[in-house]
Design a binder for this molecule. Sequence first.
Ligand SMILES: C[S@@+](CC[C@H](N)C(=O)[O-])C[C@H]1O[C@@H](n2cnc3c(N)ncnc32)[C@H](O)[C@@H]1O
Length: 96
Amino acid sequence: MYFDAELYNTMDKPWETIIYFLNKTLPKLGWNSDQPEVVMDVGSGPGYLSKHYILPAFPNVKKLIAMDATASMIEVAKVRHPHPKIEYVVANMEDR
Ligand SMILES: C[S@@+](CC[C@H](N)C(=O)[O-])C[C@H]1O[C@@H](n2cnc3c(N)ncnc32)[C@H](O)[C@@H]1O
């Protein structure tokens, strides 16, 4: 599996669908509670969504673990979208 972080950053994203999911669907599922929870963003990519959309959807989150199997994605995320509550990790969700 290979994803080019720079190429991915140049591509359009389905932001409206993502924002709808975060703001409308997650609350219906009870997933945006204001409890101090730990949230995981699996396949976080270059971190823009993690910092600017997922983090604000969980106002009292203790920590957001943003993981991606592609090391270059995490490298870009750490540089461009750092946040004290976000821990960027290179990891494959299929590994045990
Ligand atoms: C289409 S990008 C989405 C990035 C980001 N969530 C966004 O919406 O901008 C999919 C990402 O999932 C990652 N990915 C794919 N399979 C994965 C796996 N098994 N474990 C962790 N990350 C994975 C890829 O490296 C890629 O960065």
